[in-house]
Design a protein around this ligand. Structure first.
Ligand SMILES: *Cc1c(COP(=O)(O)O)cnc(C)c1O
Length: 403
């Protein structure tokens, strides 16, 4: 949608810090009748008494809305908020994170073209690579996530899209975004990054050189585990193509969902700051526990890619994972004992959420596929909430007695 020219207030918001932007960004143009909060606009279409004005809006010559599968004032406010936080020029909202991912991939790739990615992407994304893209004759090469040289070599064999996700799910591997974006661009590829785990508070992939950044807004952006959504941000010429695919295929975000995400995003900075701090404390504590065979968290100095993470991230995120020495049987004993954790297939919420990959990140995969992806069955993904970390550590301590 064409924006109105920025007001002095909107210019001030552009220059403000992330904490301030999370509150104020993107709302101005959608406020009505003195309301201080963005309204939920449930209107399928928008009426114009003046046919010339209607045509100007329809052709994008004037700001405004035509039909809510295309644009909607509540969704627009959400898109603008994420756009500013990611430092992007354009953004498009989606009904889910997977809608953002699938629409982006189907927009960018044509039959006979080639995409390079890694083995550790989100389970649904991995299904796009292994099941759906091959159906339209797109060649997919999935590399070992931590082998930067292998990824570079695969890109150099030809690459239309380089698709990155970092930190990864569920073992928190870290990819050097700037290094791979550079080789992708050398080969003329469009470089895409899934920034769901880091959030724009901790990492801005566009500033590190990628062309498109996308999110599942279901996770940290909304933050309250009560809504699904997605978004993609980048240069207008790329985002408008993806937007066009969305307006035709219809994976538009619902206005009520957009409202809930906007509301959640008001506290994004506070939540993520606390989750960064708590996750690091919990990861350090877990490392010292005898029942724990391994802890995966990019903030730990012992993490294989801590140095890359420290360079490209401002915080290390709220998600960690750890492996119980006793395998899946120990997972089945420990998880039910946790009082302050939902056992659910979600992450990035205000409450702590835990689960094994078999029922969470990689529910789409068979046990054999998980094994091939190097995901141990004794693994627990731990998405730190905003509870007091002392309570979370005490809760883990009592639960681990069953390990
Ligand atoms: C959850 C998730 C997705 C998919 O998002 P949905 O909103 O569930 O469709 C994509 N990428 C990552 C990293 C995720 O965690």
């Amino acid at each position: 949608m064409k924006n109105t020219p920025p007001t002095p207030k909107e210019i001030a918001i552009t220059k403000a810090s992330l904490a301030t932007q999370a509150l104020w960004a993107g709302e101005e143009q959608s406020l009505v009748m003195g309301a201080t909060q963005v309204p939920i606009v449930y209107s399928a279409a928008y009426g114009y008494a003046d046919l010339d004005e209607w045509l100007d809006v329809a052709l994008g010559r004037k700001p405004g809305h035509i039909y809510s599968r295309n644009t909607n004032p509540t969704v627009h406010a959400f898109e603008e908020k994420v756009r500013l936080l990611e430092g992007a020029e354009a953004a498009a909202g989606f009904s889910t994170g997977m809608a953002a991912i699938s629409n982006t991939l189907f927009t960018l790739l044509s039959p006979g073209e080639r995409i390079v990615s890694v083995k550790d992407t989100y389970g649904g994304t991995n299904k796009m690579f292994t099941e759906f893209l091959p159906l339209i004759n797109v060649e997919v090469e999935l590399c070992n996530t931590t082998d930067h040289a292998q990824i570079e070599a695969a890109v150099r064999r030809g690459c239309n899209v380089l698709y990155l996700e970092t930190p990864t799910n569920p073992t928190l591997k870290v990819i050097d975004i700037a290094r791979l974006a550079a080789v992708g661009h050398e080969m003329g590829a469009i470089v895409v990054a899934d920034n769901t785990f880091a959030t724009p508070i901790n990492q801005n992939p566009l500033a590190l050189g990628v062309d498109l950044v996308l999110h599942s807004a279901t996770k940290f952006l909304s933050g309250h585990a009560d809504v699904l959504g997605g978004v993609v941000c980048g240069r207008p010429e790329l985002v408008s193509k993806i937007y066009h695919y969305r307006e035709i295929t219809g994976a538009m975000l619902d206005p009520m969902a957009a409202y809930l995400i906007i509301r959640g995003m008001k506290t994004l900075y506070l939540r993520v700051r606390q989750q960064n701090e708590s996750a690091l404390r919990i990861a350090r504590w877990l490392q010292a526990q005898p029942a724990i065979a391994a802890v995966y968290y990019p903030g730990l100095e012992t993490h294989v890619h801590h140095e890359i993470a420290a360079r490209q991230m401002r915080g290390f995120g709220g998600v960690l994972s750890f492996m119980l020495g006793g395998g899946y049987e120990a997972v089945k004993r420990v998880l039910p004992r946790l009082h302050f954790a939902h056992r659910a297939a979600n992450l990035g919420a205000v409450e702590t959420v835990v689960g094994p990959p078999a029922t969470t990140s990689h529910v789409e995969c068979t046990a054999e596929e998980r094994l091939a992806l190097g995901i141990p069955e004794g693994l627990i993904r731990y998405s730190t909430g905003i509870e007091n970390p002392d309570d979370l550590i005490a809760d883990l301590a009592q639960a681990l007695e069953a390990a």
